[in-house]
Design a protein around this ligand. Structure first.
Ligand code: NAD
Length: 498
């Protein structure tokens, strides 16, 4: 049995008493074990990070960015290996796994431009003989705690900018698919980063708590489910750390009567069922405006759902593969039952789906509910599976209110040909990321990513310039170089530059 160990500089590994099973979601069988680390493992990683970080911060930004360029080239050279490894532990199809790596690389590309992003501000002559300038300095030792659903992209969102800014980064990836993060850390060393600049510590709550309590860690970025995000935010900030914590989601797609329904059905099928719905920017709720739109949409959705191919993650023809664990499959199927019990109309039931020859695999068939209402708990909570729920709205205002009042506020989309309606929607909806005829509105790497309400705790988003701000401290310098001629200033009155 393969054992996945930490990537800690100078640490031989193999010392963890506890471990966690890694499944092959296609077969349901255990394929490896990951070590679950302790405070002692974290202490070893922090010590290595503290030893490496000052030298890395003193390396000029152009040289740091060259390491990231080289890392980007290495990840590209290993793309197939990484995508297959990712797919074998997560269950997403290989083409989608390539996208997971590529969306992370996009942020590494942004981080390659760090010399430009780190430039400070300068005012000459802010007062008589006085200049003011600012400089962005790294925090020191920082950490990221990531979810199972994007084991390449989300770690790269975090460590790319953090390392480029001069920090040493400790990654605590999901214990469900930890192999790709370890490979990324190995490639970072191969790219020329000193050992200790990117380390991986595996674990569960014990390791997360150790990170949140460790006095040497200055900032923590978290992505995962909302209750844990809130807990991480509260405990980390109570310990004086800078914390950003992204949580769960329940993204709505509003379909206006004038929308191109064939295009909508195509977009919806990918956004609701792609990656088995295990995306924080999936579109699991569709809100047609008016009963006539709803009926027409439902009619077009049925054949599209019937033609979806659910298969092995290695099947190049499959649109989506298994979900991540048996536990998660059971959770999704329980939510489907809950929806039925609450009175929603189950139009397509994906429960009990099996693939011949792979009966132990964690597959869930595509599921469609109609006549879901906002009072239902299956609407209020995140299901995170291939389940599309239709909530009928009578008009635009009702459709706008649904995502705006929902506890989550990650992403939302509107499908329409009416520019005025789209503009109003984007301005008024109470959600962090908006798509206009774009079903999964994940902003590109040089913009930023972050949801509102229970989808995001803290006030700084991921990557882009927000990422640079999160991973640096801003120092403000006011300087004067007297020539000896100045006299008689009243030092007891606050200077006003008047
Ligand atoms: P999760 O919350 O179970 O796990 C996330 C991380 O927290 C993992 O590293 C895990 O080890 C750790 N963790 C788990 N239980 C813990 C506990 N009790 N105390 C402390 N730490 C704990 O999330 P997941 O199932 O891996 O990922 C799916 C969730 O992440 C979904 O809710 C999804 O919407 C969300 N997500 C959000 C975004 C976003 O940007 N908003 C992006 C991707 C995923």
């Amino acid at each position: 049995m393969r054992t996945i160990d930490h990537h800690i500089a100078g640490h031989a590994g193999g010392g963890s008493a506890r471990s966690h099973d890694i499944f092959n979601p296609n077969t349901g069988q255990v394929q490896a074990r990951v070590a679950l680390g302790t405070r002692a493992d974290l202490d070893a990683a922090v010590a290595a990070a503290e030893a490496a970080q000052p030298g890395w911060a003193a390396t000029n930004p152009q040289r740091r960015s060259r390491v990231l360029f080289r890392f980007k080239e290495l990840v590209e050279a290993h793309l197939e290996e990484l995508a297959h490894l990712l797919s074998s532990e997560h269950g997403k199809v290989v083409a989608d796994a390539r996208g997971d790596v590529q969306r992370g690389l996009d942020v590494i590309e942004f981080a390659c431009g760090i010399p430009h992003a780190l430039k400070g501000e300068y005012t000459q002559g802010a007062g008589p003989g006085i200049d003011v300038y600012s400089m962005r300095q790294p925090i020191g030792v920082v950490a990221g705690i990531t979810p199972f659903n994007f084991p390449a992209m989300i770690p790269m969102w975090m460590f790319g900018p953090a390392i480029a800014c001069g920090n040493a980064f400790l990654l605590k990836p999901s214990e469900r698919d930890p192999s790709v993060p370890v490979r990324l850390a190995e490639l970072m060393v191969e790219a020329g980063a000193p050992e200790g600049i990117l380390q991986v510590v595996h674990g569960d709550k014990e390791m997360v708590d150790a990170i949140l309590d460790h006095p040497a860690i200055g900032a923590v970025s978290f992505v995962g489910s909302s209750d844990i995000a809130q807990y991480v935010y509260a405990r980390g900030t109570a310990n004086g750390k800078r914390v950003q914590a992204m949580g769960g989601a329940k993204n709505h797609g509003i379909v206006m009567p004038d929308a191109d329904l064939d295009a909508v059905v195509n977009d919806l099928a990918g956004a609701a069922f792609g990656s088995a719905g295990e995306r924080c920017m999936a579109l699991p709720v569709v809100v047609p405006v008016g009963d006539e739109t709803a009926d027409r949409l439902r009619e077009k959705l049925l054949p599209a759902i019937a033609s979806l191919r659910v298969g092995l993650s290695t099947d190049a023809e499959a649109q989506y593969g298994p979900v991540v664990t048996a536990e998660h499959k059971a959770r999704i199927e329980n939510w489907i039952q809950k929806g039925v019990d609450e009175g929603a109309e189950l139009v397509v039931d994906g429960r009990g789906f099996t693939l011949q020859g792979h009966e132990g695999g964690f597959f869930v068939g595509p599921t469609l509910f109609d006549r879901v209402t906002p009072e239902m708990s299956s609407y209020k909570e995140e299901i995170f599976g291939p389940v599309l729920q239709m909530v009928r709205a009578k008009d635009f205002e009702e459709a706008l209110a649904l995502p705006s009042r929902h506890q989550y506020g990650n992403g939302v989309a509107i499908f329409t040909r009416n520019g005025h309606a789209a503009r109003e929607f984007a301005a008024r909806v109470n959600v962090g990321m908006v798509g206009i005829n774009v079903p999964i509105p994940v902003p590109v790497a040089y913009h930023t990513f972050g949801g509102w309400k229970r989808s995001g705790f803290g006030d700084i988003d991921q990557h882009g310039m927000e990422g640079v701000r999160f991973w640096t401290k801003n120092k403000k310098v006011t300087q004067r170089w007297p020539d000896g001629s100045a006299t008689g200033e009243n030092a007891f009155v606050i200077p006003t530059m008047g």
